[in-house]
Design a protein around this ligand. Structure first.
Ligand SMILES: [Zn+2]
Ligand SMILES: [Zn+2]
Length: 733
């Protein structure tokens, strides 16, 4: 098996776009060209990390990691991945790894080529702990597999942090100097990849060479330009002809005359691919499609998505360059050429006409609009709830993992959980406004330590810091309300990867439980600033029934409104008590009715259990979220649905005045997703039938006095069969 990934980004969604039918032979595909590392620090926002994957003969590609793990299409399977190359240790480069590893069979060793990241990542509260990772440091000799040799070229840059050019913004926190020695922020590894010669060809193909280079800022330009290895590949020697240079390079570096001369030295036979914030990427067309269609139902509750356009002018280069696009391919053999067949495109008009052609859709939308005109239009703008991620376990095309933004006023926002990809969702929702939203963000609540609830945090911290600098606003740390068990991981990350501790002020969730007496003075102080910032009367947590140290929270505003968020939990009395008379309960509904047993096994709630919890607390309205990815588009409706219940979708925007409107959206939603609902109902019927048969069999045996095979074992077998396609999703969430 051959396969490597170079780079990083929202790997999951990007890999998904990989299509069947690519011709065999080595090809390179930027999975998420929207970004290069520097973006995360000094520049305009982007949704995803840069990442390049190399596919070898026979279509077994390798992968690299970024913030979002992939559910892979047939051709590109993460289980076929055996090496990940990291150009440097920053969240932009490594953030996808924990998520990705959810999908890698745990027995497969994975060699991880880079630095001291592993130590920090070992503490990541997620599945990495169980993974067999082998690390090859940048100081070690080249890497070889059946297709190519990869030479590591370490590059040492100048410490740009303290140079501070306008937007460079990187705050230096006290004690940084010593720390940075451990973190190696000034070390980047480039990869020179040389395919083995193809002897069957006449004349013999000497083996194409390509170079993957991250040059995060101007501080690295000298190191690149003066590097001896690169120089050898610029001398025009045929076996050193470079087919392609992949530049993960910001515009400022591309504009640098030293860098431009260096690019020219490769000669006219070399292609240059640039991946940075100016690369265009509709990284997930299906989410644009669904949002365009939902928007036809209610334009305010389902606003259209935006794409973030970088404000940075594109550098003019002395050599022709190709700007990265998601899933653009470069073939190295048999012919060197670009291939755009998989590049994602969005055609909003087509999305609209597809929806309008669905049976009953237009009628249901019309009826819905008529009934809504009767609903009083008195909608006060705040609080406003924006659902950023409404799926569980792993990010999928249509539902990202947990994250909900509560805008308490025009200038204050609170994030309830922060799963992987939260920042990207904010970009797609707010476009140009994303920096202001990040500056408005005063606190993040992390409900528990499952990765689908917090692995977007480091990225939010990085982007938030950048946003303050970009808008010229005074930086203030973020309040982090989280189980105190998050701290060892954040410390390790801070000590070994990137500085983050200066960005947060931690209030342990444990200390906000009603009646908690040993709240530390620091936490008490942070809490009162938090309450003051949001004009809150109360911020409370309670322990819920899920994993250890899982919490729900309740927020009461001084004006009287109350919002309660369950996190992940089974039906829980403490939550009912804390949430009494809430205006809005946001509750997980991971599984459909009829799956109570699975819900207990996985410590989650079914739809009806979630609704009943809301009824018990006398909540004015209940929004359900955290749907199992088996309900990608829409969960199954249960009989408990009433005028008090709504289903959350990613990017849905809800204000209290919308409560009467939300249940009226259900008929057009059912029309839009009719096919999916039929399919899910069929699955449900089959499952019920199977259970009935099993029960009948057991009863039969019992009446005959023959009970040799325990029923539970049979049940287990049936369940295994049924869940086979979902196996990969079986993880903690
Ligand atoms: Zn979860
Ligand atoms: Zn969980």
């Amino acid at each position: 098996m051959v396969g490597q990934m170079l780079g990083n980004g929202q790997t999951e969604n990007s890999l998904r776009g990989w299509r069947r039918g690519s011709p065999p032979g080595p090809a390179l595909t930027p999975l998420s060209p929207q970004v290069s590392v520097q973006l995360r620090r000094g520049h305009a926002a982007r949704h995803a990390g840069a990442q390049v994957s190399g596919a070898a003969q026979g279509g077994h590609p390798g992968a690299e990691s970024g913030p979002a793990h992939p559910r892979l299409p047939r051709r590109l399977k993460i289980s076929h991945l055996d090496s990940i190359f990291l150009s440097r240790v920053s969240w932009a480069n490594v953030g996808g790894l924990p998520g990705e590893s959810l999908l890698v069979p745990l027995a497969d060793p994975l060699s991880l080529l880079q630095q001291n990241y592993l130590k920090a990542i070992r503490l990541f509260p997620g599945p990495l702990k169980r993974m067999d990772l082998a690390v090859q440091l940048h100081t070690e000799p080249e890497y070889k597999d059946e297709t190519m040799t990869v030479y590591q070229i370490p590059l040492t840059g100048e410490h740009w942090c303290c140079k501070g050019t306008g937007e460079a913004s990187l705050l230096c926190f006290p004690g940084d100097e010593q720390m940075s020695a451990r973190r190696h922020p000034d070390l980047v590894t480039a990869f020179l990849c040389k395919l083995f010669p193809e002897e069957l060809c006449t004349p013999t193909d000497p083996g194409p060479v390509f170079l993957v280079l991250e040059c995060p800022h101007e501080g690295f330009v000298d190191a690149v330009c003066q590097n001896e290895t690169f120089r050898r590949y610029q001398e025009g020697v045929p076996e050193h002809q470079v087919a392609l240079v992949i530049h993960m390079t910001p515009e400022a570096v591309l504009r640098d005359s030293r860098y431009q001369q260096w690019m020219e030295r490769f000669g006219p036979g070399t292609q240059h691919l640039v991946l940075n914030e100016n690369s265009s990427a509709v990284h997930n067309p299906r989410s644009y499609k669904i949002q365009t269609q939902l928007n036809l139902i209610h334009p305010e509750i389902f606003p259209l998505l935006t794409t973030y356009q970088s404000k940075e002018a594109e550098a003019v280069c002395p050599v022709p360059i190709v700007r990265g696009e998601c899933l653009l391919k470069y073939h190295l053999r048999p012919q060197q050429e670009w291939q755009r067949d998989a590049v994602t495109v969005c055609d909003p008009d087509m999305f609209v006409s597809e929806a309008l052609e669905l049976p009953d859709f237009q009628t249901r939308v019309k009826e819905c609009k008529e009934s809504l005109s009767a609903v009083p239009g008195n909608v006060s703008p705040y609080p406003e709830i924006v659902f950023l991620g409404t799926g569980s376990a792993i990010p999928m095309k249509i539902r990202n993992v947990s994250s909900t933004l509560v805008n308490t006023s025009a200038t204050r926002s609170l994030l309830l959980d922060c799963g992987e990809g939260t920042f990207g969702q904010l970009c797609r929702h707010y476009g140009e406004q994303v920096d202001q939203v990040l500056c408005n963000l005063v606190a993040v609540f992390v409900s528990h330590m499952h990765t689908d609830h917090h692995s977007g945090l480091v990225n939010i911290l990085m982007e938030r810091r950048r946003a303050f600098a970009a808008l010229g606003q005074a930086f203030s740390p973020l309040f982090l309300v989280a189980p105190e068990q998050i701290m060892p991981w954040l410390h390790e990350y801070h000590n070994h990867c990137e500085e983050i501790l200066g960005d947060i002020q931690v209030i342990p969730s444990q200390s906000l439980v009603k009646g908690c007496e040993n709240i530390r003075p620091k936490a008490k102080e942070f809490l009162s600033s938090l309450l003051e910032s949001y004009d809150l009367a109360e911020f409370q947590t309670c322990e819920v029934q899920h994993c250890k140290n899982a919490f729900a929270c309740s927020v009461i505003h001084k004006s009287g409104w109350k919002v309660v968020y369950s996190g992940d939990t089974m039906p829980c009395m403490a939550l009912v008590q804390m949430g009494k008379n809430a205006n809005l309960l946001i509750h997980e509904a991971t599984l459909e009715d009829g799956m109570e047993k699975e819900a207990i096994e996985k410590t989650h709630s079914t739809t009806s259990q979630a609704i009943q919890t809301g009824m018990k607390m006398n909540a004015e309205f209940i929004m359900l979220n955290h749907f199992s990815q088996r309900y990608a588009k829409i969960p199954l409706f249960s009989e408990d649905f009433s005028e008090k219940v709504g289903i959350a979708f990613d990017h849905m925007r809800v204000r209290f005045g919308d409560f009467p409107a939300i249940p009226k959206l259900i008929p057009p939603l059912k029309a839009l997703f009719a096919d999916d609902i039929v399919e899910m109902e069929e699955r449900k019927e089959k499952r019920e039938l199977r259970l009935l048969k099993e029960t009948a069999l057991v009863l039969d045996k019992l009446t005959r006095g023959d009970s040799t095979e325990p029923a539970c074992q049979k049940r287990k077998q049936a369940k295994n069969n049924q869940e086979l396609p979902d196996k990969k999703l079986k993880t903690v969430n």
